[in-house]
Ligand binder design. Structure first.
Ligand SMILES: *Cc1c(COP(=O)(O)O)cnc(C)c1O
Length: 361
């Protein structure tokens, strides 16, 4: 059986070691005689899984004690409403930075619930850069400032966080969770759909500063109130058990096989450099993002010729490099090189691109 190199933006590759472990434990998880998919979420075995997953995430990210880790459902997209309903609660105001479609969707959703302002945007250049902001641009009485830390579709990332003073910073980290260390104390809330870099679909992780929990709008549905989940250790109702189990295996892999987030970052930088260096030297392919805001996770690139782009996608797929077609709003190609993409995957892709370039001069 040949596994492909999967450059999908999400759901995406998982570490092979994790898939093998999950396969080995499928029929009989640690002597329970059942798979994790089949067991009660109130069982002793599952209780250990969810507690271990949380402890690992706390350890790896060095999450301060005054933050709750929540295992939720509904994907990153449900957080667009949940953030607003739970946090826009003092002055009913929030400021958003629009760095792409995900930030824009979050902004539009929040508009249903309060006075929401877009303080900066990079829409003028197809979101190919991160707009500069300073503290004076944010309303002093905003309940939070919202960013999308890594922009999956456009391939930009914040290398430096916006300065928001005392205003809580909220970040969507769906496509960069656990890709490098983060100073969690700089944020009021972070969230991520798990299917890009942590587990299968179905799980959403939120890391929330405790003082931001418990003051949701009256209209907030019980299931969309962070307090509901914080008070019941993410077991208010049935959580996405199997995805939480996979997330635990991924976190163990990051800790034990990779050696933590500093090492993860080193590896991700090494992988991304191979691809960016090639794009910078190629006469056929070029990256679409300004160099200083380039993402380590998502790398969009184009040839400048739609027919050649289509030819490249077709031939690369046949060669075992799959899901390289770019998002329809950028066109061209996009290589998502999340944590689980091995360095050989990127090296072989670049070899293939060189060959394609030589053949299509
Ligand atoms: C994929 C993605 C989302 C949407 O996630 P869903 O889980 O599909 O709702 C939101 N934000 C970012 C940055 C993403 O990459």
């Amino acid at each position: 059986m040949a596994r492909v190199y999967n450059f999908s933006a999400g759901p995406s590759m998982l570490p092979e070691a994790v898939l093998k472990k999950a396969a080995a434990e499928m029929l009989d998880y640690e002597g329970t005689g059942q798979s994790v998919m089949e067991m009660s979420h109130r069982s002793k075995a599952f209780d250990k899984i969810i507690k271990d997953a949380e402890a690992l995430l706390r350890e790896i990210y060095n999450i301060p004690d005054n933050y709750k880790v929540l295992f939720l459902q509904g994907g990153g997209s449900t957080q667009f409403a949940m953030v607003a309903m739970n946090l826009m609660n003092k002055n009913n105001k929030a400021d958003y930075i629009i760095t792409g479609q995900w930030a824009k969707k979050a902004y539009q959703e929040a508009q249903k619930y309060g006075d929401v302002q877009a303080v900066a945007s990079s829409a003028d250049k197809t979101f190919a850069y991160i707009p500069k902001t300073d503290k004076s641009m944010f309303r002093e009485d905003a309940d939070y400032v919202y960013i999308c830390l890594n922009n999956t579709i456009y391939g930009t990332v914040y290398h430096e966080l916006p300065e928001t003073g005392d205003i809580p910073l909220v970040a969507d980290i769906s496509s960069c969770i656990c890709s490098e260390p983060l100073d969690i104390s700089k944020f009021g809330l972070l969230f991520a759909g798990a299917q890009k870099n942590m587990a299968g679909a179905g799980l959403t992780i939120a890391i929330v500063r405790e003082d931001l929990i418990g003051n949701a709008m009256d209209i907030t549905p019980t299931m969309l109130n962070y307090k509901t989940h914080a008070d019941s250790d993410s077991l208010y109702n049935t959580p996405p058990c199997y995805s939480i189990y996979i997330a635990k295996l991924v976190l163990e892999w990051i800790k034990n096989e990779i050696g933590g987030l500093d090492k993860m970052k080193e590896l991700n930088e090494k992988k991304a450099k191979i691809l960016y260096d090639f794009l910078d030297s190629s006469e056929l392919f070029k990256g679409t993002v300004v160099p200083e805001d380039r993402s380590l996770m998502n790398v969009p690139f184009v040839t400048g010729n739609d027919e050649l782009d289509a030819k490249f996608v077709k031939e690369s797929t046949e060669a075992g490099f799959v899901n390289l077609k770019g998002h329809r709003s950028v066109g061209g190609m996009r290589a998502s090189i999340y944590n689980a993409m091995p360095i050989e995957g990127v090296e072989k892709l670049v070899e293939f691109m060189k060959k394609f370039e030589a053949e299509n001069k």
